[in-house]
Ligand binder design. Sequence first.
Ligand code: SAM
Length: 386
Amino acid sequence: MVHRTSERPYRQRTSEPSPVAQGPSAEGRAPPDLAVRAVISARRRMKDATDRLAPPELVLWEMATGVVVTKMLGAAARLRIADLLAKGALDGAAIAAETGQNADAMHRMMRALVSYGVFALDASGRFVNNFRSEALRSGRPGAARELIEYFATRSNVDAWNQLDETLATGRNGFGIEHGTSVWSWFDAHSGERDLFATAMMGMTVTTAPVIAKLYPWAELTRVCDVGGGRGTLLGELLVRCPSLSGVLYDNEGVVALASELLAQRGVLDRARLETGSFFERVPPSVGAYVLKNILHDWSDEACHRILTNVRAACAPGDKLVILEVLVEHDDASGVGPVSDVQMMMVCDEGRERSRQEYRRLLERAGFRLGRVTAHAMISAIEGVAS
Ligand SMILES: C[S@@+](CC[C@H](N)C(=O)[O-])C[C@H]1O[C@@H](n2cnc3c(N)ncnc32)[C@H](O)[C@@H]1O
């Protein structure tokens, strides 16, 4: 069924600057852990209730067409259709003309997206934005457009085409399909690397208010964000803690844009940028280290090498803060299990881990487990150098 709407086309707004140009900030309030868990649980229960209104075969069929949604949303994101419709309603032919696509194919894709509740059709048969497609517009701090475009890239979807092989062998689909790691792939495909880095930046902006509350950052004097991407988290921490200074450490291609961002946040004078591999070394004697969404990309052995290098850079008592989603073995209630299978498919033995698994990794590398603050969106696991 096609959803028609009486919604008027969104009036043209002055285009918002991209997160990169803006130097994203996360002024929002941190949603409490209990509230997030309650919302996740309520949505699942409501979905369960509405799904029971239809035959289970239909529900499963809808779920099985997930690849249809992934690719169509990805195309809408890539072609910036939500930005176009922000200027006014357009029919499929006009969208196709603006984006250089085929008119018939465009109309049919847009109509199908409307049937999934993304975009709407107005009374004159023209497409308009709705509350879901608004989130696809460029320049949103959460960078959903880039995340969706990245997720639908051929390299990611092709990795998922190897699920049978991954299930049989445990090897990651990306490596089987492309014969290389996702990080080397990014080195050779800078467009995808930039898309991924912007998407990660958006996720950091979204979770930054939570991260700010998870740990007493103001207790630290210097911190190194290891694999810190373009410095979004470091920028947030330096803005929030005026006496803190920091080091950003990542691959060369990623760090290149960071100084601009940190300058826009007004904290470049308190930041140092260093490039290198955390498998070789990390900047020594900083006093405290952060690993956000790093360890879930790697096998236990690779994590051990990273943690050993961080430990070698620490003096006894120095702190390491791991920021990851915690996933317990028999708990499917949160967002972690889906993130976990994405790591399984795209990273070399990547996985989300439980509190005990992090404790073991930390202790093996010469840290003791310190404070753990769990949150449904992301948790802080502190290691203290023994
Ligand atoms: C999942 S992203 C997380 C980025 C950032 N910490 C965040 O949460 O937004 C993983 C990061 O690890 C970096 N990375 C991958 N291999 C690395 C290596 N050997 N040495 C340093 N950084 C690396 C990538 O460039 C990327 O920025």
